[in-house]
Design a protein around this ligand. Sequence first.
Ligand SMILES: Nc1ncnc2c1ncn2[C@@H]1O[C@H](COP(=O)(O)OP(=O)(O)O)[C@@H](O)[C@H]1O
Ligand SMILES: [Mg+2]
Length: 340
Amino acid sequence: MRKSDWKDRMNALLKKKGWDIKDWHRATGLNQWQLESLMEMDLSEMNEEDLESIYEQAKKAKLDKNLMRFDCPVMIAVWAHKGGMGKSTVVTNLSYELAKRGYNVLAIDTDSQSDMTSVLFPDYLEQPDISFYNGFLGQEDFREEGYIMHTEYTGIDVVAGSAESEALEGSLCTMTEKIRNKMWKKCLRSIREENYYDFIIVDMDKTAGKMNKTILDEADYVLAPIESSMFGIKAVPPTLAQIEEMAESNPKLKLLGFLFNKVDLRKKTAMADNTSLVEQIAPEYTFQTFIKNDANVDNSQKEHMPIGYYNSRSPASRQMAELADEALERIRKDQKERRG
Ligand SMILES: Nc1ncnc2c1ncn2[C@@H]1O[C@H](COP(=O)(O)OP(=O)(O)O)[C@@H](O)[C@H]1O
Ligand SMILES: [Mg+2]
């Protein structure tokens, strides 16, 4: 009896709270896609107690009004013109932290190393035909054609990477610019229309080739992890120059910031020197947050887990959380400015 009117009661509760399903997800921490399918499916097979507990949970839950809403998923390209600086580490852990706060994140792995995929979606090896490579090259709609994988973490979905991505650069070189410019638009068409994801976070390799240019041509922000070392700092000018070059075709692209990663606190003076160097080259673009060199990072990756899940009290885990908050504040400020 109670089961038969559950959807009506649930809809009435949502209406009373002024919530849509995204708000319901944000307030309760339940997966939005699961809530959506619950409201559409036949409930006869469902356990009545489970349904009632979902209802009660929603009734008690409070929505954090500070969470942002966007007209379209915000696309963050994690890129720096040098390898090994922590791009995949940042994509993995920033995705985790944003999802923990209630945002829906789609992490896309365009790198042939597939490091991010191996952590967030370790099952990907079983599904080699539905990787980013096939979807992007075939210019398929990622949503319609099933390229999106749900991970075991609430709020994080993944488009998996594969070793074949290595061949993308060559393929893109044989295409006209006009075709290349349309590829992401085709792949993201339904995703943008639905506006289910708040963030699309893209893992990339270190190059400034055609593939990465197609990403920078679509993205809203670049987040650039760098090491606090001479070689790390050397990556700053070319990263900035590349972003500037993209401005012509993608005027909305902005640098979200340089993030110092793998910081060794025993080298305090070097860190201070390097920070002020980057400040001189790119004023106001250094994140206050830095990520310490922490063995937990590598250990969490060995266990195929985001660090916040593996050991939420480790230094790098706390700093990834701070990074997420600082990045969100920067985005909030920038979106305000954009709206004028
Ligand atoms: N804060 C950190 N502390 C310790 N090791 C780190 C940290 N960040 C990244 N690493 C390690 O450095 C290596 C390169 O990081 P990765 O994220 O793969 O860089 P990229 O994607 O830029 O090539 C990985 O082995 C990773 O475990
Ligand atoms: Mg990487």
